[in-house]
Write a protein that binds this ligand. Structure first.
Ligand code: SAH
Length: 222
């Protein structure tokens, strides 16, 4: 029964979720498929139980192990920039709670997601299963190395900030593929959109954001 309550959420959360979707629309998210993904994904199932009453606020929340579930608007903006049409193979770096992973599962064909913290990937795995997503593949490891086995990816989304864009991620981006990643210092970054055009990578600097650090071989040292 508890699991059922998470997959088909109880009424008060349905209302809260709808208000979040309207808030995202009012803040400028225009993609109907992205808004639909938010409508279909129970964010309260991805936050610690003591935080559930705040799950539909447009804010980042602590999820344990010193990490955060990102602000819904930042997820929405990143997903909109990826311009997914449903047939893509997507790589996500920094699974965290698994919330964005499930949003992606509604927008793409296959989702590959890498998280470096054991505890988080285990909990995310449970949440992803409870959400009923069957096109998600999770792995514990250093996401700055990408996930070469299933490359190339039509889209890559990085959920932690780094001083630069890890080269393995650029290498694993498909022709015409889109990559979105926060780049900057440890406390503040800008979202950067990269579009691959043959051997050229066109970069556009976008919104200022604050993500936790991307820790790994091609990121920060710890
Ligand atoms: N989109 C996630 C964001 C979680 S915060 C959510 O909303 O829940 C970013 C996550 O990136 C953290 O869980 C952190 O542990 C992870 N991370 C940091 N460096 C990483 C790396 N090199 N490889 C994989 N995951 C990493």
């Amino acid at each position: 029964m508890v699991e059922g309550a998470l997959t088909s959420p109880v009424p008060q959360f349905t209302g809260a979720r709808r208000r979040l979707v309207e808030e995202l629309r009012a803040k400028g998210i225009a993609s109907q498929s992205v808004l639909d993904a938010f409508e279909r994904t129970a964010r309260h199932a991805f936050v610690p139980s003591g935080m559930r009453h705040r799950a539909y606020e447009d804010s980042a929340l602590l999820i344990g192990s010193g990490q955060t579930i990102s602000q819904p608007f930042v997820h929405a903006r990143s997903l909109e920039l990826l311009a997914l049409e449903g047939a893509e193979r997507v790589l996500e770096i920094g699974t965290g709670s698994g919330y964005q992973t499930v949003l992606l599962s509604h927008l793409a064909r296959e989702v590959y997601s890498v998280e470096r913290i054991d505890d988080l990937i285990e909990r995310a795995g449970d949440a992803v299963r409870t959400a009923g997503a069957t096109n998600v593949h999770l792995r514990c490891g250093d996401g700055t190395l990408g996930w070469a086995e299933y490359a190339p990816y039509d889209a890559i989304v990085v959920s932690a900030g780094a001083p630069g864009i890890p080269q393995p991620l650029l290498d694993q981006l498909a022709e015409g593929g889109r990559l979105i990643t926060p780049v900057g210092d440890r406390d503040e970054q800008r979202l950067v959109l990269v579009v691959r055009n043959g051997s050229t990578f066109d970069r556009t600097m976008l919104d200022p954001v604050r993500f936790v650090p991307l820790v790994g071989e091609h990121g920060w040292n710890g």
